[in-house]
Write a protein that binds this ligand. Structure first.
Ligand code: NAG
Length: 288
């Protein structure tokens, strides 16, 4: 059987991919298969006392509508969840206030299974956490979620996550705004690379998307950017200059081509029409 069609499909797919991600960087990629060490398990931890006919005893409850399950980051239980377990053991009630830990079952579990725990609640908490980790980190035990490549904490077995402190969300990535720009809400671009020698990352109009503008030739951002409110940051919107009806931007300078009524084209600028100037001296547009 002939192979060219498959090759052609791959080539087109690669071409489309690079077209769709002109600023693609490692930080914009998402995991297709999450790291086996990062994610959340909807299962809890239970224990069947050996030598008895008792049912399995719940120690850590599984995820529910109101509880997030148990989340791991690079093999460690994330700190809010670890703290919840330690707090429940320290409080010493039979169940934790958030109904995630059955403290009395956990105590019985530690008494039977943990030779080093003694009466120490924190040792028992650490022992329970180690058992949960051993169970959760078996292949396939964590929920398959699409996470950012880095700089995030998984929050729940329903795939919620939070960007680390100091990081912002951009599409499916978490980024450090000191070093990256988020273009159009989805594309990360390193601030150092920017857009090229004559371009700057900026907005062309109020509330417009951030994009690269050739500030040497762009009529809306001539000579530099506008800030997100439309105020100049070294740049000029040539079409907003008083008296100008038509203009272009050339080598970062506005060149007026047509003027509004009451103005005359004087070189590259529109000047207020002097009293008594005859209409034939102006190249004023015949309407407006
Ligand atoms: C907590 O565990 C104990 C066993 O130690 C069990 O009898 C009890 O039913 C459990 N509580 C809940 C709410 O599941």
């Amino acid at each position: 059987m002939l192979r060219p069609p498959l090759f052609a499909i791959v080539a087109v797919a690669l071409a489309l991919h690079s077209y769709a991600h002109p600023f693609s960087t490692p930080a914009t990629r998402t995991r297709t298969a999450p790291s086996p060490l990062t994610g959340c398990t909807p299962s809890g931890l239970s224990w069947t006392p050996s030598g008895t006919h008792a049912d399995a005893q719940p120690i850590l409850y599984p995820a529910s509508d109101t509880t997030p399950g148990w989340c791991f980051e690079l093999g460690r239980l994330v700190s809010p969840h670890a703290l919840a377990i330690h707090a429940a053991f320290a409080a010493g009630d039979t169940a934790s206030s958030d109904q995630r830990v059955n403290v009395s079952a956990a105590r019985a579990f530690c008494a039977h299974e943990c030779t080093d725990c003694g009466a120490s609640p924190s040792h028992c908490a650490a022992f329970v956490i180690a058992r949960l980790a051993a169970q959760a980190l078996r292949p396939g035990a964590l929920t398959q979620c699409e996470y950012p490549p880095d700089s995030f904490t998984p929050l729940s077995a329903t795939c919620e996550y939070a960007c680390l402190p100091g990081h912002l969300s951009c599409g499916r990535a978490c980024y450090d705004p000191l070093h990256w720009l988020c273009l159009d809400g989805v594309d990360l671009q390193p601030k150092s690379v920017m857009c090229g020698p004559t371009s700057q990352v900026c907005v062309a109009q109020q509330d417009g998307p951030m994009a690269c503008h050739d500030v040497g030739e762009s009529v809306g951002t001539c000579g530099g950017c506008l800030d997100p409110d439309g105020a100049p940051l070294g740049g000029v919107n040539c079409l907003a200059v008083p008296g100008v009806r038509g203009a272009r931007c050339h080598r970062a300078r506005c060149v007026a081509t047509r003027c509004r009524t009451g103005y005359v084209l004087d070189g590259e600028a529109c000047q207020p029409q002097a009293d008594g100037a005859s209409a034939s001296d102006t190249r004023q547009v015949p309407f407006g």
